[in-house]
Design a protein around this ligand. Structure first.
Ligand code: SF4
Ligand code: SF4
Length: 497
């Protein structure tokens, strides 16, 4: 393509040659599976290789709060289609012509697969910098578990380096007024969700199988494609939003801060969190729970903009009274982590005792197998059959099976991204190793944090115990329902007649 040829003309020429389905195989591409290893797919790793296997691209609405594309950089390689269709089961899972909206669950996997860097997250760095500069604002930040084992990669550290305490120090140096840990909120989520699951098992069997709700990509997928299963979704907000609502209520009250002056920021491995931040259902006392969500990559840009080198930041503790976390809260970042954490506390709720060693190191729900199955035997409850699914294309297979034959599982964890949040669309990209190698290193770091924790179960978190005593009363109380639970929206008719 001549450098002088306009984009419009180029697209016209390509369209004229029947670009959809048109395949010119590049040298080095033949015989290799699409996607390959690393964020630049295998077939483009060789020197001189260039993607000419033109396949089109996913449509992205200008109103999409999570992702955007720089058309000048788009080379029509079709990798975003591969990710959206084959990994996430979204592209092509609805009829044409498009109806009320362009289907997107905001996961950002197309960002990870885009070899030219044309698709990126929609950045909120300037919004957060403006809030930090506004003396009238009280800017609070929280960091998700998966970011603690990946941010270091943006500062030259090897994959799988745990940098949670350095991140806390860097955020304080950057000027945030409160630095909290989303792992604390993961423990809070487990208190609510394990209680809800035990309640459903014993008294609301029509809401079994219980489907997890902490992943906004999966929740939106369910709302689009399986609205008949929405009543099976846990009503728990995600940890991000539970913490946001708690900061603007319990924390604001305790610290004497006007909640209207609080700006809640999250650091997430995820682009779907930018969508979740805007959901109208996620508010309390007429205040939205969260204000901005930055990806791990955006945080790296923000810190570098402020001249902060993570390598040089000393380890620093998160702020109390929302900073303590247990091993259970820390494993939320890996596929299977939510399940393992929930089972630990469900066991405690049913028996009054902490689970035995095998449930504290529950191998069947760990690892990268697409759908993992396990049975937990809980005295007084019996055998609980569980499935753990990551990658939404796998969810489609599993859910179609449930629709046809019913569910053999009582509890199912869904995470949109392959590997769970450690493989999220907001995570650092790497050209030096395959994505799976990096994901496994991040997962290993997460489980090291769990086994190294003094407390391994959410119900043992002293700050969690305090917040129930002082504010929420008990799990599923009226106040807990108000701040920590939510509703869902049927989006089916936006895609289907
Ligand atoms: S963000 Fe996810 S769902 Fe949306 S276009 Fe990209 S891959 Fe598809
Ligand atoms: S798996 Fe994690 S990173 Fe991916 S969409 Fe869900 S919450 Fe976001």
């Amino acid at each position: 393509m001549s450098r002088k040829m306009s984009r419009r003309k180029f697209l016209k020429v390509v369209a004229g040659s029947g670009v959809l389905g048109f395949g010119v195989m590049a040298t080095g591409c033949k015989g290799k599976s699409p996607g390959g290893k690393g964020w630049i797919p295998d077939q483009y790793q060789g020197k001189g290789d260039f993607p000419v296997n033109l396949k089109g691209r996913v449509a992205i609405s200008k109103h999409n709060p999570s992702i955007e594309r720089d058309d000048e950089k788009c080379i029509l390689c079709g990798q975003c289609v591969e990710a959206c269709k084959n990994v996430m089961g979204v592209y092509g899972n609805y009829p044409l012509p498009l109806k009320k909206e362009i289907a997107c669950v905001n996961c950002g996997q197309c960002v990870m697969w885009c070899p030219s860097g044309a698709i990126t997250e929609k950045r909120n760095i300037k919004d957060v910098l403006a809030a930090l500069d506004d003396e009238d604002k009280y800017v609070v930040v929280q960091t998700a578990p998966a970011t603690k084992v990946s941010l270091g990669e943006e500062f030259g550290m090897p994959p799988g380096t745990s940098v949670g305490k350095k991140m806390a120090g860097a955020l304080k140096e950057a000027g945030f007024d409160g630095v909290f840990d989303t792992c604390f909120a993961a423990d809070l989520t487990i208190m609510e969700e394990a209680s809800e699951f035990v309640h459903r098992l014993t008294s609301k069997k029509d809401e079994i199988p219980h489907l997890t709700s902490c992943c906004p990509g999966w929740v939106k997928y369910c709302e689009y494609f399986y609205p008949e299963l929405m009543h099976n979704l846990s009503t728990c907000k995600s940890p991000q939003n539970m913490l946001g609502a708690t900061i603007k209520s319990y924390y604001a009250n305790k610290m004497g801060i006007d909640p209207k002056k609080i700006v809640n920021v999250s650091i997430m491995p995820c682009t779907a969190k930018k969508f979740e931040v805007r959901r109208k259902e996620l508010q309390a006392d007429e205040l939205r729970d969260m204000d901005y969500s930055l990806t791990t990559r955006e945080l790296a840009v923000l810190l570098k903009h402020k001249g902060i080198d993570l390598n040089k930041v000393p380890d620093t503790e998160y702020d109390s009274i929302l900073g303590e976390s247990t091993g259970a809260g820390r494993i939320f970042g890996a596929t299977g982590g939510v399940t393992e954490a929930a089972v630990r506390t469900a066991y405690y709720l049913a028996t009054g005792a902490n689970p035995p060693a095998d449930l504290l190191d529950w191998k069947p729900v760990r690892g990268m197998t697409a759908v993992k199955e396990a049975t937990a035997t809980i005295p007084g409850v019996g055998a609980v059959n569980i499935a753990v699914c990551h990658g939404l294309a796998n969810a489609k297979t599993l859910l179609d099976g449930i629709k046809a034959n019913g569910s053999k599982w009582q509890f199912i964890e869904f995470m949109a991204c392959p590997g769970g949040c450690i493989g999220g669309g907001g995570q650092p990209k790497s050209q030096v190793a395959s994505q799976n190698d990096i994901k496994l290193k991040r997962i290993a770091a997460i489980y090291r944090e769990d086994t190294g924790a003094v407390k391994r179960c959410s119900h043992d978190n002293a700050e969690i115990q305090a917040i129930y005593k002082e504010f929420f009363g008990k799990p599923l109380s009226e106040k807990a329902e108000k701040y920590l639970h939510t509703t869902f929206v049927n989006r089916h008719d936006r895609l289907f007649d």
